[in-house]
Design a binder for this molecule. Sequence first.
Ligand code: FAD
Length: 456
Amino acid sequence: QTSIVLFTCDLRLSDHPPLRAAVHGGGQVVPLFVRDPAVDRAGFAVPNRLAFLADCLRDLDAGLRERGGRLVLREGDTVTEVCRVAAEADADEIHMAGDTSAFACVRERRLRRALEADGRRLYVHDTVGTAVAPGAVTPASSDHFAVFTPYFRRWSEQSLRSVLDAPRAITVPAEVRSAPLPERGEVSGVSPQLCAGGETEGRRRFTAWLRSGVHTYASRHDDLAGDATSRLSPHLHFGTLSPVEVVCRARATGGADAEAYVRQIAWRDFHRQVLAARPDAAAHDYRTHRDRWRDGKDAAAEAAAWRQGRTGYPLVDAAMRQLRQEGWMHNRGRLLTASFLTKTLYLDWRLGARHFLDLLVDGDVANNQLNWQWMAGTGTDTRPNRVLNPLAQGKRHDPDGAYVRRWVPELANVEGAAVHAPWKLPEPERSRTGYPEPVVSLAEGLERFKRARGRS
Ligand code: FAD
C-alpha cells in the first residue's frame, strides 16, 4: 500500500497526524508539496514568505532524507498534481491537514471529488494547524464564537490530543519524480533582516524560548525595545511548529507567564474559527458597518507616508520600518500602526491589511485580516471605538525611546523619551534631524474619527 501526505501549511515531521497515519499503514509514503500558481495569485507569493518557504522545504527534505526518504515537489494545480502523483505511485490514500481559508476549503472539495472519481480516499486531519479545531467548541446559539473571553474559557477546558514523535523511517517510491527545491537566494526583494525558516530552526527557537523567555512573558510582552516575545509566529504560520506541541510544552513549564503565553495561541485558534464560519470576513467587514473611509489625494499621500514609516509619529514610523527591515513587527507595533491608519488617518483597514500581507513573513489570512478588523472596529473587538495614542503608547511601551532610536536613524541622537515628540525639539536641532512633520495632528485625527463614527 502507498499513501501520499500532502503538505501545505504544516511543514514539519514532528507531531504531524497526517504523516503518522500514512506511515502507520506500513507501506510506502510520498511526502508531497505542490507549488500552486493559484496560491500565488491569491496573494501569497511575496518575497519574504517565499524565502522562508524555501528554507522550510529544504529543511523538510533534509529531515526526510535522514529517515531514508525525500520530499517530492511538484509545480501546477494542486488537484491535478496530487492526482498525477497518486497515479504514478499507485497510491490509494491521501492524507492532509484541515485548513480554514476559503481557498483551502475549495481546494479540499475539488481534491476529494477528483480522488474519489479515481477510487482513492482523502483523509483530512484536524489539529495540525490549530490546537483546538475550528467548530470543536461553539456557543449555544451560533456556529462560532464572536467574543474571545467565552471562547477562551471553553478552549481551555478542551483536552488536547497527545504530541506525536517524528517517524523513524520513511520509504518513498523511487519512480515518483520531483522538481528541484527552491533556494532562499533565488528570491529577490527579501527584507534584509528576515529570519530563517524550517522545522530545525523553529524547534531550536522554541526550546530556547521555553528555557529563557516564557517565564517573563506576562510582564514583558509589551516591552517594544526588550523584544521579549517568542517570535514563533512564522513557524506557527508555516507549521514548522505544531500548535498542540507548543501549548503542551509551554503549559508543562507551569506558572502564570506560560498561561499568558498559551492564551495568545488561543487567539490564533479564535480567529481561525471565525474565518472558518465566515470566510467572507477576509475581505468584508465582519460586523455591518456604515463607515465611509477617507479617500482622494490627501488620503493617498497619508497612506504612502504610513507605508514608508514617515508619518511624523516616531513610534508608528519605527514599527513600520521594522516591518520593512525584518518582515515582522512586534504585536504592540501592529496594534498601534493599525489604530493609526484606521482611526487617526481614517483609512480603510483593507489597505493596511494588504500592506502587512505584502511584507509579513507570518502574513496569515485569519490572523491578519481579523486582527485588522479588530483594531478597525469592524471585527470582534467589544470596544470598537478604542483609539491608541502614539504618545501614550510610547510612554508605556517604549519609555526610554530605545525602540524608536533603533528603527528611526534620523532620531538616533535624541536622548530619552524626548524622541517620541521631535516637534518639541528646539531649532535648529529639530530641522537637523530631517525627520518629517506629523501628517496630521492627533487632535484633528480624533475629530475625523468622531465625525465619521458619529455619522455611522
Ligand atoms: P507571541 O507574543 O510570542 O505570541 C505567541 C503566538 O501566539 C504568536 O506566534 C501567534 O501565533 C499567536 N498570537 C499572538 N498574538 C496573536 C493575536 N493577536 N492574534 C492571533 N494570534 C496571536 N499574527 C500572525 O501570525 N500573522 C499575521 O498576519 C498577523 N497580523 C496581525 C495584524 C495586526 C493588525 C495585529 C494587531 C496583529 C497581527 N498578528 C498576526 C498577531 C500578532 O501580532 C502576532 O502573532 C505576533 O506579534 C507574533 O509575534 P510572536 O510570535 O513573538 O508572538
